[in-house]
Design a protein around this ligand. Sequence first.
Ligand code: GAL
Length: 628
Amino acid sequence: MKRVLGVCYYPEHWEEDRWAIDAAQMVEAGLKWVRIGEFAWSRLEPGPGDLHLDWLARAIDVLGEAGLQVIIGTPTATPPRWMLNKHPDMLAVEAEGNARGFGSRRHYCFSHEGYKNECRRITEILAQRFGKNPHVKAWQTDNEYGCHETTVSYSAAATRAFQDWCAQTYQSMDALNRAWGNIFWSMEYDSFDQIALPNLTVTEPNPAHVLAFRRFSSNQVVRFNRVQANILRQHTNAPLIHNYMGRVTDFDHYAVGADLDIASWDSYPIGFLSDRLEATEDHKARYLRQGDPDMQAFHHDLYRAVGKGRWWVMEQQPGPVNWAPYNPAPLPGMARLWAWEAFAHGAEAVLYFRWRQAPFAQEQMHAGLLRPDAKPTPALAEACQVASELAEWPEVGTANSRAALIFDYASCWAWEAQPQGADFDMFRLAFETYRAARKLGLSLDIVAPDTDLSGYDMVLAPGLLETPQTLENFAGTALIGPRTGSKTTDLSIPLPMGPNIKGLDCTVARVESLPPSARIELENGGAFLHWFEELDGNAETTLTTKSGAAAMMRADKLHYMAGWPDAETYVDILEMITKKAEIETTRLPDGLRRRDTDTHRFWFNYAPDPITFENRTIQPADIKIEKL
Ligand code: GAL
């Protein structure tokens, strides 16, 4: 597989006589892919049925004839203003009951059938016209499902669709009332059409109701995407892709990915560090211009799973963005490092966002590879460098990891519905697990709970709503918990109580959640934060708290962990477990990360200073590639 670069381009933002100049410059820079069209609905169809596709055809010709492969994005994330005259009730509705306004993007409700038909129509029109176009080599559906908190909508359309979903899922009122425990507080319903959405209740709604609504909302995204995928398949053999976002967990990405050929995601390392990561001020200062050393890798590995092995970075930050609270510029070299890191994790392509900074509208402060005046930014030279390095690069696959982290979206929704402690967040727990493994130099796979685990020597399963059945006959070493297997599918306490792991006599008798200042000290040093569980049972206690309570229990290779370790403790615990699994680890210096392909070992220096480790020195924002 030849790994390549590309860029996102908006021909509709520039004069037509500029297109050929831009295309030639992209080719000269060594870029191979160009993504276009995903927000252009108002120019493709300025009024209902008034189609203007010729400009897009000309843009595709110009780009294609210059030697670029084109990805068309369906424009459904930006329904134009006239759409609202046709479908005034198509807007997504917030939990407080307000409709989201027109004037940015993603304002539609996934449940609105009228809007879904409009999407079907425009996708069909584009697919018919361009499906066989020789320059169009891939399609993107919509843009960043769920971004800007748009998965969940409390509209009338969502209410009706949720009632249908409940009827199909539970079949009878009695089954639903029992599954949700509606006898509590006399919440029983007589018919499905009485079921409202779980917002605007006096005190908290029933968490089972919330989780059911979240499952439904996720499924609406899957169904919305499937409409476009099915149409595109009728007209093209090119791969279908969606560009997911970072730390968006509101819908089941594995389920959306099942209908597509390639997963991609939009990587904004510096924006994410400042805007969606729990970290100390020191950490944020240290990585200010590089981004967090694990955030990109986590998503690379996650989306490799979502794409069933095939994945891209569809948008790569090239310079300061506009949308985080603060938007520093990357260290020189980072636009290169980020791209190489993606390739080391198996990306087929990395596209920078965007070609040229727009001097107007919301993202006028967002850097591109070119400045607003079309002069190059520093990222263009770095992209050129990566492109020429890639040209020399042998065709390699990602190495098979020996260890996997199970990540599940339903668990994210469950703990949002019922956090129990204000800072219990599923993504955070999974991410801190991943980070601890990376500090030990481990390459992890991230997998869905139904993934066959037989190829792995070690599996990490923190925070899963239900204990995955795949763990039942797992012969390797497993680190399970905290909180794993503590609930049923409908978010009630299972009887017998969790985690219900065959062969491990250990029950969680009681849990407590802890404010940020509280620590449960462990006997040999280290501590648990946020969460602690009292364990019952005859399994062997392998770690205790200072006050003598069991902190970990095990039977053979199955280990259960009763709390959420702090960063150093997590590394210690994982080191102990990996030793048992006979997996080699190395404690890496702060900011240094590594990743193996089949044939090469990559080193990435995320730190702001040079790092010397095992006889190699790596400059900040630099990489080292060694043959294995
Ligand atoms: C992404 C989005 C792009 C652009 C970019 C800015 O989330 O897909 O359209 O808005 O962010 O960083």
